[in-house]
Ligand binder design. Sequence first.
Ligand code: 1HA
Length: 276
Amino acid sequence: ANWKTAKEYEDITYKKCNGVARIAFNRPNVRNAFRPKTTSELYDAFYDAHEDVNIGVVLLSAEGPSTKDGVYSFCSGGDQSARGHQGYVGDDGYHRLNILEVQRLIRFMPKAVIAVVPGWAVGGGHSLHVVCDLTLASKEHAIFKQTDADVTSFDGGYGSAYLAKMVGQKKAREIFFLGRNYSAQEAFEMGMVNAVVPHDKLEATAYEWAQEILAKSPISIKMLKFAMNLTDDGMVGQQVFAGEATRLAYMTDEAKEGRDAFLQKRKPNFPKKWIP
Ligand code: 1HA
């Protein structure tokens, strides 16, 4: 793949190639922990991928390994050294939990998002892989771990409750209550990883999976994602799904008549067909 840098950032890299966007954590020496700068850069890049009509699949990956010890990581969650009393403190001095906004962008992205996990996926980093549509993990180096209950920073949303829908209640409670390490293979067997991939083939495999998805009907992928989100997302899930129903309704003669009648200041004369 011939990746081209889409935008320069400090804490992440952002590249594009043939319909695929690749957003990657780039703080490998702290296991790709995120600070407020990281999350606002993630938000910016995900929003760009959301808006770009030439992008159909987004990879959330990570640069590495650490130059200190050669260890690979996906993301180790919130940067504990940036944690204040009410959240994570940014350059502006305000305390935020804005990784949750990034989670929502991933969740409501009208395209597939694939987590590409080369190493540690821990705490809020684990929750990010949970919220992505698919997860590919390095056979040799990926380790999944939930430390939220070690550091009193718990994700009571998608990170835990949605995880439980994915791996079952007993396993999800084990993951959070014991905080053990799980290999890519164990995570695969639990149902939270789609494929275990040899480390040196991980990025290429992610790109191949993306290309397979890109060959499908874009509307179908979007509607299927939103349909599968719907039951877990309550009224917001309904809103997102229904927005697409409205868009499809716009394309009918009926909708054109409704708009035209308003603009022409006359009563609408809808086609009198009640198609079952
Ligand atoms: O759950 C949430 C949220 C929920 C709701 C709303 C907002 C949320 C926001 C955030 C989060 C969270 O992410 S809570 C969970 C926060 N993360 C952690 O508790 C994980 C902390 N890290 C570790 O447990 C370990 O580092 C590790 C299992 C990922 C890797 O262990 P390893 O290979 O033994 O490496 P280690 O020596 O511990 O770390 C390497 C370097 O990276 C260390 O720095 P150094 O001594 O070389 O200077 C270490 O301090 C740094 N580092 C690793 N993780 C973090 C970190 N620095 C800051 N924050 C980190 N998360």
